[in-house]
Ligand binder design. Structure first.
Ligand code: RB5
Length: 151
């Protein structure tokens, strides 16, 4: 799978752990973390960039990391059409794709340990949204709310 991953200063150790793990599994992983191009970049800018690169179709899915996973999730979800899910357990990671068709998951490097984070990422990437499932109507409703909120 073609993946993009990014994190702020607090998230970078987890980004590096996950990028190495996912590459070892054969995924093509681009690290688009903050501070590589702009030392002053905040997690909001990083999250917007990664979200737009996923929504454009350049990448299949993304993973964002910060200290808690919250800032990057909140920020990515400001981009129209993005459904970024904070996931710190395997079940939620699976459901993020199966129920919510999340294009990005987020994690907090100060919240989750590296081994569980790898399992969370694996669980998310192992499943695919089924447009024929009952969840389709819920995802469509999210997108309709998004469209209304944007005017
Ligand atoms: C560190 O700046 C920390 O606040 C940030 O990485 C993130 O956890 C915010 O949500």
């Amino acid at each position: 799978m073609k993946l993009i991953i990014g994190g702020d200063e607090a998230g970078r150790p987890l980004v590096e752990t996950l990028a190495a793990h996912l590459r070892a599994q054969g995924h093509a992983v681009t690290d688009d973390s903050a501070n590589q191009t702009d030392p002053g970049e905040r997690y909001a800018g990083l999250s917007e960039r990664v979200a737009r690169r996923v929504l454009s179709g350049e990448f299949d899915r993304g993973i964002l990391c910060c200290g808690t996973g919250l800032g990057v999730s909140i920020s990515a979800n400001k981009v129209p059409g993005m459904r970024a899910a904070l996931t710190h357990d395997v079940y939620s990671a699976q459901r993020a794709r199966l129920s919510n068709n999340a294009q990005i998951i987020t994690m907090g490097a100060r919240v989750i340990g590296p081994e569980l984070a790898k399992s969370v990422a694996d669980a998310y990437l192992a499943v695919e949204f089924d447009p024929a499932s009952h969840s389709k109507a819920n995802v469509d409703a999210i997108d309709a709310l998004d469209a209304r909120a944007r005017g």
